[in-house]
Design a protein around this ligand. Structure first.
Ligand SMILES: [Zn+2]
Ligand SMILES: [Zn+2]
Ligand SMILES: [Zn+2]
Ligand SMILES: [Zn+2]
Length: 378
């Protein structure tokens, strides 16, 4: 069957073609500062706190994805935040959804912020929103430096960080009238991840290589093994069987598929979600697959797999504290609109679901980079 999955790649941002607020070419990016699709509605530090350590999470990535239905989803972005504290990242799996959060926001084709026609330039053009964002992380700037009244912060923490670690102690009061342009293209402080643009490409057909044949052979051998095993343990529950698998089949399948394009950092599923081949992610292990995906808490529709963050992203983040096998992002199938939300803490934002899966010990033994796994078996 031919593959139509879109892949995403992290690339250095081209100085000559920087990321800009252009709704016809709205960026998908990793790290640095988030660029808000709706400039009037940045997330707040309260919304993005880790539910274990209470620190403000770091902006990990944003993905722009237009959808046909409903009208409001014409412009649509999801934003992922993650806690960078070592202990939080080592917490047990039942807490993983407390250290990562994903939010969805959308705007109809015609909206007040972006130019729709020459007669309607859109508010963003006038730069109305610039000063209301936190200088450090670009979350909503709800606090203001009481001395210069020119620097905005999302929280006391980031105000202190600017004062103690960056230059505000020196620049406070001196640059009151200077409007500083926000740099979305480079990492501007240590609280941010390295900054990359995400570009997409269709996944290529599989290439028959020596490596494929080797994996094929291993998979075949394993099928024989598990058939034998099954005859012993017909009545055992799925879960018990899962833990008895000697070699992680999902992991080998993962390796084989990734081999087509080893640098892939994202796999997108929603664009082809009528095709049943694309409703399941590429698991990195047979263990700890999501058992059930809770329905959208805003409208109670089903949530479907929108995209998968691949472990290759870790190479770009270069943060020893953050680790995962893969991240699966599930979003409301109906793209429900905030006007219909039941009242909650999210405002216009819909909180969606992020699921982390780690490599099993077998996978780890084989090595989690796409090339080392097979070669280490030789
Ligand atoms: Zn934390
Ligand atoms: Zn901040
Ligand atoms: Zn100040
Ligand atoms: Zn919904």
């Amino acid at each position: 069957m031919s593959s139509k999955i879109q892949l995403g790649f992290a690339i250095e941002i081209d100085e000559n073609d920087p990321l800009m607020y252009d709704i016809n070419d709205f960026p998908s990016k990793i790290g640095g500062l988030p660029m808000w699709l709706n400039p009037a509605e940045p997330l707040t530090s309260e919304q993005t706190r880790c539910e274990i350590c209470n620190d403000i999470m770091a902006f990990l990535l944003q993905i722009y994805n237009t959808e046909d239905f409903p009208e409001e989803a014409f412009n649509r972005s999801t934003y992922v935040f993650i806690c960078r504290n070592e202990n939080c990242n080592k917490t047990s799996p039942e807490n993983w959804n407390k250290i990562m959060k994903v939010f969805r926001i959308q705007l109809p084709k015609k909206n007040p912020y972006y130019p729709f026609s020459e007669d309607e330039p859109g508010l963003l053009i006038e730069g109305t929103f610039k000063s209301r964002y936190c200088k450090i992380c670009n979350l909503k700037g709800s606090k203001c430096c009481s001395k210069c009244k020119n620097a905005y912060y999302c929280s006391k923490e980031h105000q202190l960080y600017d004062w103690n670690n960056l230059d505000h102690k020196l620049n406070c009061s001196t640059n009151c009238t200077k409007v500083v342009n926000i740099d979305y293209n480079t990492k501007s402080n240590e609280l941010q991840f390295n900054c990359f643009e995400i570009v997409n490409e269709v996944e290529p057909e599989s290439k028959i290589s020596k490596m494929d044949l080797k994996v094929e052979e291993m998979l075949n051998n394993m099928n024989i093994m598990t058939e034998k095993e099954e005859s012993f343990s017909k009545q055992q529950l799925d879960e018990e069987e899962e833990t008895k698998v000697d070699v992680d089949k999902a992991f080998l399948k993962f390796q084989k598929r990734v081999e087509r394009e080893p640098e892939q950092a994202f796999r997108y599923y929603r664009t082809s979600y009528n095709n049943t081949e694309f409703t399941k992610p590429l698991y990195v292990s047979d263990l700890n697959k999501p058992k059930e995906i809770p329905d959208c808490k805003h409208c109670h529709s089903k949530r479907t797999l929108e995209y998968q963050v691949m472990p290759q992203l870790l190479n770009f983040l270069q943060d020893d504290n953050v680790d995962f096998g893969t991240l699966l992002i599930y979003t409301c199938e109906s793209n429900c609109e905030s006007a219909h939300f039941e009242k909650d803490e999210c405002g216009v934002w819909a909180r969606e679901l992020i699921f982390r899966q780690d490599f099993s010990n077998d996978g780890m033994k084989l090595g989690n980079s796409s090339n080392s796994a097979i070669t280490s078996q030789n």
